[in-house]
Design a protein around this ligand. Structure first.
Ligand SMILES: [Mg+2]
Length: 361
């Protein structure tokens, strides 16, 4: 197994333009500014990971993340990729304060371990659900933009629209009515990214109901630390109330469950890393919570890794892995298993994540 020993690594910037700024109530991404972490085994096989930098959400910067990844590379050099679990435990100790770096380093190690074994990441995680269809996000903007975008994406084959709300309530009503008109009969998810107070959120959802709009899930209506607000809404609203910003760690999810605060949780590898994400999945399933698989602003590489995590384990109710559709050209290759209408055909991935940065093999 000498060929499986990690002998070198690299850390590079990944920059790409977006078709439209990805604007949510707490901030905006104008372009993708991530980092790619590569590990190479002695036999020449490589593994790739992507760190998604979301400074306005997590406070993590690219400079710090790239520094963390260089430390991760030093830790990994000389280790056997077959001991991926040992490596991931060490990485977690080293990088717990920089989860974007942790997710990228774990992703690269798992990609490498799977490539060496000749199996996909989807199979590695259990191979349960071969196809996942993502929603598509309607970012914050005016109602005319929401209508045009929804119509375009509906014609392309999307039928679940995740609507970012929370910056202007009157405009949000107009936007949601426009979305309903552009995509009649389609499902709508709401994500307020912490924007409301609990009573305000309740009123907003009820007013939407009067307009004939009934979201299938309401994500993070209140601020991150407002457990009482989440619990209040979970009791009163008919649809699942999902924690995203409030579920940044396994401890967070444990607390949410103890307080009966939510009925769904959004798992993102960038918040939790792979090891803890797997534990959150188990805990949430054991407690009967619904599950969303989400992501930050991530290219086809990290999006495909997240899809394979979700499809491999199975049991996810909401799939929110649509960022590849917002990126002009990430330079990633191999993502043909993701169709133009948002379906990840995971059983078509041959080895590892199946996506590689341009210029890599
Ligand atoms: Mg969210």
């Amino acid at each position: 197994m000498k060929d499986g020993y990690i002998k070198k690594f690299s850390v590079k910037e990944l920059d790409a333009e977006l078709f439209t700024p990805f604007t949510i109530s707490s901030g905006s991404h104008r372009s993708l500014e991530n980092a790619i972490f590569t590990v190479e085994a002695a036999g020449g096989v490589k593994g790739f990971g992507e760190a998604a930098i979301a400074t306005h959400i997590t406070g993590e910067t690219r400079e710090r993340t790239m520094k963390s990844l260089r430390r991760a590379g030093e830790l990994l050099c000389g280790r056997d990729a077959a001991d991926y679990l040992g490596a991931m435990c060490e990485l977690e100790k080293l990088l717990d304060g920089n989860r974007a770096a942790l997710a990228a380093a774990e992703m690269a190690v798992l990609d490498l371990a799977c490539r060496l074994q000749g199996i996909s990441l989807w199979k590695f995680f259990g191979g349960r659900t071969p196809r996942l269809k993502t929603d598509i996000t309607v970012v914050i903007g005016n109602s005319a933009a929401a209508y045009d975008f929804t119509l375009k994406m509906r014609r392309r084959g999307f039928h679940i629209f995740k609507v970012k709300t929370g910056s202007d309530m009157d405009e949000d009503f107009r936007r949601l009515e426009a979305i309903k008109k552009a995509a009649p009969g389609c499902a709508v998810y709401l994500d307020a990214n912490c924007a409301y107070g609990a009573k305000e959120a309740e009123k907003f959802i009820k007013d939407l109901g009067r307009r004939g709009i009934h979201p299938a899930v309401v994500e993070q209506p209140v601020p991150r630390d407002d457990m009482d607000g989440l619990a209040y809404l979970s009791k009163r609203l008919p649809m699942p109330v999902c924690a995203d910003e409030s579920a940044y760690s396994l401890d967070d999810v444990f607390r949410l469950i103890r307080k009966n605060a939510v009925t769904a949780v959004n798992i993102k590898l960038t918040k939790l890393g792979f090891l803890r994400a797997r534990e959150v999945w188990s805990l949430a399933r054991a407690k009967g919570l619904k599950l969303m698989m989400g992501e930050m602003v991530e290219s086809e590489l990290a999006s495909a890794a997240a899809a394979q995590f979700a499809g491999g384990l199975g049991g996810f109710d909401f799939i929110d892995l649509d960022i590849p559709f917002f990126i002009k050209n990430s330079g990633m290759r191999g993502a043909s298993f993701l169709s133009k209408d948002g379906v990840y055909s995971l059983d078509r991935v041959k080895a590892g994540i199946g996506v590689v940065p341009g210029g890599s093999r």
